[in-house]
Design a protein. Structure first.
Length: 172
């Protein structure tokens, strides 16, 4: 999915999706458990995007599989005018939500970080692991990201009325 100038100011993505944008008022948001999102942006061109990676790898081209999700995001950003070598990343998610299950969250996080390293894209911030789900808000034109730890009963995205200044991760 590519965000066009007339797109809504807020885009919610789910497993296997990605979105890009460049308007100052545009925000991309998602909820993560063991999944991982990479927020990628080109500060010079004020273009950014976010994906939602379900699995680090899979047999075939599964929706939300790591390599496919990363390639789709990077290609969409380059098509919109971003320069790969000027991109920076923030990585979120990879929690161990349910006891006794495989540690897919840490595998997802390791995959995303390894992929970005291989592609030469600097990771300037990350919040991975732990036991809590995360709500992520990302302003693609600035690279600003907010993270809020959430409980299973509190997973609905919130409305946001203002765009924060700066380029840091804000923990709510």
């Amino acid at each position: 999915m590519t965000v066009l100038p007339d797109a809504p100011a807020k885009t919610y993505i789910v497993q296997g999706e990605q979105a890009i944008g460049y308007r100052p008022d545009h925000m991309i948001t998602t909820i993560l458990g063991s999944c991982v999102s990479v927020c990628l942006w080109d500060q010079a061109r004020q273009i950014g995007g976010m994906n939602h990676i379900l699995l680090p790898d899979s047999q075939g081209a599964m929706l939300g599989a790591g390599a496919s999700a990363m390639e789709t995001l990077i290609n969409a950003m380059m098509k919109a005018g971003a320069a790969k070598l000027d991109c920076r990343a923030k990585v979120f998610g990879g929690a161990a939500i349910i006891d006794g299950l495989s540690d897919i969250g840490s595998r997802n996080a390791a995959f995303a970080l390894g992929y970005l390293k291989t592609e030469g894209i600097a990771v300037v911030a990350q919040s991975t692991g732990g036991r809590s789900a995360r709500q992520i808000r990302f302003w693609p034109s600035t690279g600003q990201a907010q993270q809020r730890l959430v409980q299973a009963s509190d997973v609905a995205p919130e409305a946001v009325s203002t765009v924060p200044a700066g380029n840091d991760i804000e923990l709510l």
